[in-house]
Design a protein around this ligand. Structure first.
Ligand code: PMV
Ligand code: MG
Length: 362
């Protein structure tokens, strides 16, 4: 039996702007995983069992009299795509396909099945690609693993930066610059998968970041799930109508995240915190201008409480619910801050950053 796991993630900075090619974001991988067990099978029909998402929530809409399910929120779509892409790669490497059974489990959802917003779709995609590469005895570097999982994930979600896939593959703290997805779509028509995986992808950059030793990351969960793909679609609409404001947001976000990356490289917590606050304002303004509720009242409360305790706080990811984060000097009264979060019905999540010990460097 083959067991592989991949970690969840959190966005630290650069959300929304990172959806545009080459724009930077900062993310971390967390010590919560999607685990995937694969066993070779003799029978003709393989089985896929997922304990992930007990309460599957599907979005749907009407097209005439037809009910159309939004596949982007269907967890099985990521599982199937991850298998299809990895097997296409396996075939292009001249290997024979085999039968197997797959069992998937996830810590990335709360006990009652509500999602935390920690990137379980990216993690399940990465875990499956890893397990299948081992099953077919294909050695892949982190870069190749990222590319395979990114193709699978993007085929399903169709929007988004793929930063969550990068965090799940590389682990730790990373600076991520999104690649040109238009280019990828064109190349998918023009070249075979092995060639595509071996090509450099325009604008793609992943840099592991060192951290100041007194830096402590705190995570607060609002208890309210938010759909990233829907929120990204809404901002995309805003982009079309308010091009000038949108371009300004991109420029400001890029400057902010670049400064924050320098704060990490030089291990200056004060600089990092300063830019967390700037990024919070940029996202809040984007929310106001577009009418999209990125910083909800509860996320605003989360930030206010953290700021009063000496931390720098912001929404994480697309916002609208899910989690908020605070970066704080670990000599501050962290317990008190968490108590105040709890009193405000914000659940502190006792998660830590995950560093992959046996990851394959490129
Ligand atoms: O809400 P999350 O954690 O899935 O993060 C979404 C981050 C965005 O920048 C808004 C979208 C993306 O794909 O990068
Ligand atoms: Mg989210």
């Amino acid at each position: 039996m083959i067991t592989e796991k991949a970690p969840g993630k959190l966005y630290i900075a650069g959300e929304y702007a990172v959806v545009e090619n080459g724009n930077p974001a900062i993310l971390v991988a967390l010590d919560q995983f999607v685990t995937c067990q694969l066993t070779a099978a003799q029978h003709q029909t393989g089985r896929i069992i997922s304990r992930q998402y007990q309460d599957i929530e599907l979005s749907w809409r009407r097209q005439g009299d037809q009910l159309v399910v939004d596949q982007r929120d269907n967890p099985f779509s990521y599982i199937i795509q991850a298998i299809e892409v990895t097997e296409a790669y396996t075939r292009s490497c001249g290997r024979q396909l085999k039968m197997f059974d797959l069992t998937i489990d996830s810590d990335l959802d709360s006990d009652n099945g509500r999602k935390y917003g920690l990137g379980s779709s990216a993690a399940v995609t990465v875990a499956i690609v890893k397990a299948l590469c081992r099953f077919y005895q294909l050695t892949v570097t982190n870069e190749k693993l990222f590319k395979l999982a990114a193709i699978a994930h993007f085929t399903v979600q169709k929007n988004g930066s793929l930063g969550d896939v990068a965090a799940s593959v590389y682990g730790g703290w990373i600076a991520y610059h999104s690649f040109d997805r238009q280019w990828l779509a064109e190349q998918q028509q023009a070249v075979d998968l092995t060639t595509l995986i071996n090509l450099p992808w325009p604008d793609l950059e992943v840099e592991p970041l060192p951290t100041p030793k007194q830096l402590r990351l705190l995570i607060g969960w609002t208890g309210k799930p938010a759909s990233t793909s829907l929120l990204v679609d809404k901002i995309s609409l805003f982009k079309a109508v308010h091009q000038q404001e949108y371009r300004q947001f991109l420029t400001d976000s890029q400057q902010c995240v670049t400064r924050m990356i320098n704060g990490f490289r030089t291990k200056r917590l004060d600089l990092i915190q300063q830019q967390i606050r700037v990024n919070r304002q940029l996202l809040a303004r984007l929310g106001q201008l577009s009418g999209v509720s990125i910083e909800t009242p509860l996320l605003q409360k989360l930030c206010t409480i953290a700021e009063q305790a000496g931390g720098a706080a912001k929404t994480s990811g697309a916002g609208g619910g899910d989690c908020g984060i605070a970066l704080i000097d670990n000599r501050q009264d962290v317990k008190q801050l968490q108590k105040r979060w709890q009193a405000a019905r914000i659940q502190p999540l006792a998660l830590h950053v995950f560093f992959d010990q046996d990851s394959k460097e490129d």
